[in-house]
Design a protein around this ligand. Structure first.
Ligand SMILES: Nc1nc2c(ncn2[C@@H]2O[C@H](COP(=O)(O)OP(=O)(O)OP(=O)(O)O)[C@@H](O)[C@H]2O)c(=O)[nH]1
Ligand SMILES: [Mg+2]
Length: 282
């Protein structure tokens, strides 16, 4: 593969034209310094993903920080999950519930998707399966009211983490984004300072459109992280580069299937490996 092919492959993996050009340029320089093609590319990709300077420094002096063994600790007690329709929000919440309970945390769910009749029930079913109490409300009722109730219940129970589901919405719909802001405000009323975490769920298959979604949600409510789902169903996933680079948002987890265990803490090095091994970059 020559440099032009590589650039096209990166664009094909949804890295975006500008970042693809930067990666190729840096890989080229590395190659000139004597690295193998693969090592040069790996280093160039990692540099794009590793915004954490300390981690970069540690890596340069030979320490490999293994994030997969470290608990991804949420900053606060309430985590709100947002995103467009069908990206995998509710399934991700189930997976996060499994992850955090298996790390000894007491978790509570709020089935905030009161928009669809089955939305709330879908999470309640997961909750039952996982042994996690799910606060539900009737469909058509107010998500903010449910979130308020759930935030109070978390405090009363002394649970470590409340994860709040929301109905899928288009990032272009003003009134729907206003509704999310309201949910956020109301949680803060019940539990001042919360939610400290608001994670956007992105479907890897949506490619560059995912960047646009992330920008809009970020502007509207201030995201603190991203979960990228369905990486099992695509050789793409390059969208992670512009998200960390252009938005400066950390990727917290990746989703790799439909079961409760199909969630992995995000590890830049492992991700780059997968990108290199993906058919789109082959
Ligand atoms: N292959 C694969 N499928 C996934 C993954 N995450 C979620 N799904 C599937 O994607 C579909 C939608 O998932 P949901 O969790 O219902 O998505 P949602 O964002 O809550 O959807 P709405 O509430 O309707 O907006 C389901 O069939 C899930 O099983 C993943 O990481 N890999
Ligand atoms: Mg849902």
């Amino acid at each position: 593969m020559d440099w032009d092919d590589l650039e096209l492959a990166l664009i094909g993996a949804d890295v975006g034209a500008r970042i693809a050009a930067e990666v190729v340029e840096e890989a080229r320089r590395e190659r000139e310094r004597g690295s193998s093609f693969r090592d040069a590319l790996q280093k160039a990709l990692l540099d794009q993903l590793e915004r954490d300077e300390l981690r970069q420094k540690l890596r340069r002096v030979g320490f490999d920080v293994d994030v997969s063994r470290r608990l991804v600790e949420p900053a606060g007690k309430v985590l709100m999950i947002v995103g467009v329709n069908g990206v995998g929000k509710t399934t991700t919440i189930a997976k996060l519930g499994r992850y955090y309970t298996s790390h000894g945390k007491r978790v509570l769910f709020a089935a905030g998707d009161t928009f669809r009749a089955a939305g709330s029930e879908q999470l309640a079913v997961w909750g039952e399966r996982l042994g996690i109490l799910t606060v539900t409300a009737e469909s058509g009722s107010d998500t903010a009211a449910l979130a308020f109730d759930a935030a109070q219940r978390r405090i009363a129970r002394g649970a470590d983490l409340l994860i709040v589901d929301t109905a899928g919405r288009l990032h272009t719909k003003h009134n729907l984004m206003e509704e999310l802001k309201k949910v956020k405000r109301v949680i803060d009323k019940a539990d001042p300072g919360e939610p400290k975490e608001i994670w956007l769920v992105l479907d890897a298959v949506t490619g560059q459109n995912g960047l646009e979604q992330a920008k809009r949600f970020h502007e509207a409510i201030g995201l603190t992280g991203v979960v990228v789902t369905k990486l099992d169903g695509t050789g793409k996933g390059g969208i992670l580069l512009p998200i960390t680079r252009e938005l400066g948002l950390p990727i917290r987890f990746i989703g790799v299937g439909e079961q409760a265990d199909d969630l992995q803490p995000y590890d830049a090095a492992a991700f780059v490996q997968a990108l290199l091994d993906a058919p789109a970059a082959a």
